[in-house]
Design a binder for this molecule. Structure first.
Ligand SMILES: [Zn+2]
Length: 163
């Protein structure tokens, strides 16, 4: 993604990324992560323009833990809003989405554009229109969800209902 020109769509994307990053950081502050202390926040923007935030929610039974991405996606689905455009995820280290979340989100929006950033870098607040700034200031993307999970499991609903 290049930000060298100043077209309206690029400045709109930067504005959206700033908004999503701020929402993701606020969400991370609400994470329930007493075991790992690894707080994650994310913000999902649907194609209809609505924003859904999520944080990770751990559990004493570790495998019950929910990732921030699935928390946000679940809220969107509950709102009947399952066609998504952008996802920003912030965490203490740059990590890419886990396999479970890749499959979960791919079910609805394989074309989702994913950005990752550090949670505790104040310079995330200083995103601007330059490619180098986007990279060095901690937010990296976009990566298409279909590239993160190129061989996702997809069922033909018609076929599965015949059995
Ligand atoms: Zn996950």
């Amino acid at each position: 993604m290049a930000f060298n020109s100043s077209s309206a769509s690029e400045s709109e994307l930067v504005r959206q990324l700033q908004q999503l990053t701020e929402a993701a950081k606020l969400a991370a502050a609400k994470a329930y992560a007493p075991y790992s202390k690894f707080t994650v926040g994310c913000a999902l923007l649907s194609k209809s323009g609505k924003l859904y935030a999520g944080c990770n929610i751990e559990n004493a039974s570790y495998s019950v833990t929910l990732c921030a991405e699935r928390v946000a996606a679940s809220q969107a689905i509950l709102n009947g809003d399952s066609d998504w455009d952008l996802l920003v995820v912030v965490s203490p280290q740059r990590v890419t989405m886990c396999g479970v979340c890749r499959q979960f989100l791919h079910e609805f929006s394989p074309g989702l554009r994913v950005w990752n950033g550090y949670l505790d870098r104040h310079d995330l607040e200083n995103l601007d229109n330059e490619t180098s700034a986007m990279e060095t200031r901690g937010l990296v993307g976009p990566i298409l969800l279909s590239d993160l999970l190129p061989t996702a499991m997809v069922l033909d609903i018609e076929t599965s209902h015949r059995h």
